[in-house]
Design a protein around this ligand. Structure first.
Ligand code: FDP
Length: 333
């Protein structure tokens, strides 16, 4: 390699112009620390089977999911790492019913929303999993947790880490979406995917098609359309679905196409989405938009959805702008 690639911390300093000075310092501290946590999580995942860290703890989390040992470990690791930054006023985590309040105060402290180990049903089969995070300003509130609520447009940074064959960190502070790969020898994230641009249209869609009978009629008609042969418009699309949101969104960001987790419409009076807004759907929405894509619930832009509860759920259709626009059209018919 001719020039050595930029490290995550070097890159963070190039992004500071997008943020106020104090926010820039805090965002860099928090994102840098999340990068360090990610390197530790990657190590732990690699040794999980050897250290008896696979399997369930016994019990469900705030949103009713069965909790795995690595979910608990990931949450505790994230809490102590963020506490140490002194820049984080609260953490809203999938694994805690209420926000974990931290010491940092002041108008520039941050509230982090995170799913430390997302896609945990993949853990026991050595499949890809991820960490998803989102940063919002605390605005000096005390307790700071409630600052996590509100619209996705309030996010000042978002990102994910994918633990696959390589560990990849992708983040945005609102100036494009950038991807880094962990160099295991040094524990450093190096810039390998600068300014990711999602293709305008793709050739694949990712969705749990086992739920087809519970979908909104527009969703059913749209997937049927994607599967119908038409050479001119590049159909049928291929189905790709790993069952871990991070891996499915990462593929969609790089190759284009769609990742969808629509609501369960079995009872049309009460549609039930699955994925969590604050630490799954909204951060992915920001990352995808910053890469030139779109993220919708089928009815509105994901980033405009206002969170009124910490573990609120939302439907999501994200990916290539033309593909998502087409999905929205099917929902309107
Ligand atoms: P998991 O339940 O394994 O933690 O919200 C979590 C999530 O995984 C996402 O990562 C993933 O996209 C989705 O749920 C998978 O859900 P299905 O098993 O219902 O397809």
């Amino acid at each position: 390699m001719a020039d050595s690639p930029m490290t995550l911390s070097e890159h963070l300093s190039t992004q500071q112009a997008a943020l106020s000075t104090e926010h820039a310092r805090n965002v860099a501290a928090v994102l840098g620390r999340i990068g360090r946590v990610a390197a530790v999580i990657a190590q732990e995942l690699a040794h999980a089977a050897l250290r008896d860290q696979l399997g369930y703890v016994g019990g469900a989390n705030a949103t009713g999911d069965q909790v795995k040992k690595l979910d608990v470990w990931g949450h505790e690791t994230m809490v102590s790492a963020l506490r140490e930054t002194g820049a984080c006023a609260a953490l809203v985590s999938e694994e805690a019913a209420d926000p974990v309040e931290m010491r940092a105060g002041g108008t520039h402290a941050l509230v982090v929303c995170a799913d430390p180990v997302d896609g945990s049903s993949n853990l026991d089969v050595n499949g890809s999993v991820g960490t998803i995070f989102s940063l919002k300003p605390s605005r000096g509130k005390s307790p700071a947790g409630p600052a996590a609520l509100g619209a996705g447009t309030d996010q000042i940074a978002a990102g994910y880490v994918m633990y696959g064959p390589a560990t990849t960190l992708v983040y945005t502070v609102g100036r494009g979406t950038h991807g880094f790969t962990l160099a295991p020898e040094t524990g450093e994230f190096l810039l390998t995917h600068p300014d990711i641009r999602i293709p305008k249209r793709g050739k694949t869609y990712g969705i749990n098609e086992g739920n087809v009978n519970a979908w909104h009629p527009g969703q059913r008609a749209f997937v049927e359309y994607l599967k119908t042969k038409d050479k001119a418009s590049g159909r049928p699309y291929s189905l790709r679905y790993s069952g871990a949101m991070v891996a499915d969104v990462h593929r969609t960001l790089l190759d284009g196409g769609l990742f969808m987790y629509p609501a369960d419409w079995s009872d049309p009076a009460k549609p039930k989405p699955k994925l969590r807004l604050l630490y799954e759907v909204a951060p992915m929405g920001l990352l995808v938009e910053q890469a030139g894509g779109r993220a919708s619930t089928g009815f509105e832009r994901v980033l405009d959805v206002v969170a009124t509860e910490y573990h609120q759920r939302a439907a999501v259709i994200l990916g290539s702008p033309e593909d998502v626009a087409m999905a929205d059209e099917f929902y309107r018919r």
